[in-house]
Design a protein around this ligand. Structure first.
Ligand code: ADP
Length: 171
């Protein structure tokens, strides 16, 4: 595993990084889970900017400012809803990570934190989602020198333990 990658247990809205990633929905107009938490801390200015983006397709990513968050930027990406695994969910989730990282690089971002996209309300199985997240980040870093730190932020002990396990397995 790349040494630029780490995993922590905590609240992504507290992190002082260049960018945090939001597991948003297609409307980009806020929701529950991590999306709700990010909008609550960022304040109404975030929603105002999001309205101007006219939504986001699943697997894609869009960037806004972080407003009252400690993070300077928010990268909004939309994970797939789990529908059993035969609807392109794996590839769409991989695209979330790839597109978020590409957008980060385009904006000169050096430090970025990801929540566990799609494993909450969107019901993607934790094990499968974690392998995709860790693999995609690792692959991306092999061909990128500008990103300095990537943090996976887990909100529960279960997810945290699993991320640690998957990260140990990957070379
Ligand atoms: P999705 O709709 O993509 O499944 P959710 O927000 O429902 O998104 O869940 C994604 C993950 O984010 C879940 O593992 C959830 O526990 C986690 N999460 C919720 N709030 C926070 C937070 N403040 N910081 C980090 N992770 C969070």
């Amino acid at each position: 595993m790349e040494n630029r990658v780490s995993v922590i247990l905590g609240d992504i809205t507290h992190l002082q990084v260049d960018a945090i990633v939001n597991a948003a929905n297609n409307s980009l107009l806020g929701g529950g889970g991590v999306d709700g938490a990010i909008h609550r801390v960022a304040g109404p200015e975030l929603l105002e900017e999001c309205r101007k983006l006219h939504g986001c397709d699943t697997g894609q990513a869009k960037i806004t400012k972080g407003y009252h968050l400690p993070a300077k930027w928010v990268i909004h990406t939309v994970g797939p809803v789990w529908e059993g695994g035969n609807s392109g969910e794996d590839e769409l989730l991989a695209e979330c990570y790839r597109n978020s990282l590409a957008l980060a690089v385009q904006n000169g971002i050096k430090t970025i934190a990801f929540p566990a996209i799609s494993i909450g309300a969107y019901r993607f199985p934790l094990e499968r989602a974690t392998k995709i997240a860790v693999n995609e980040v690792n692959k991306f870093l092999h061909s990128n020198n500008s990103l300095e730190q990537i943090i996976f932020v887990c909100f529960g002990q279960n997810a945290y333990n699993y991320y640690l396990q998957v990260m140990e397995e990957i070379t």
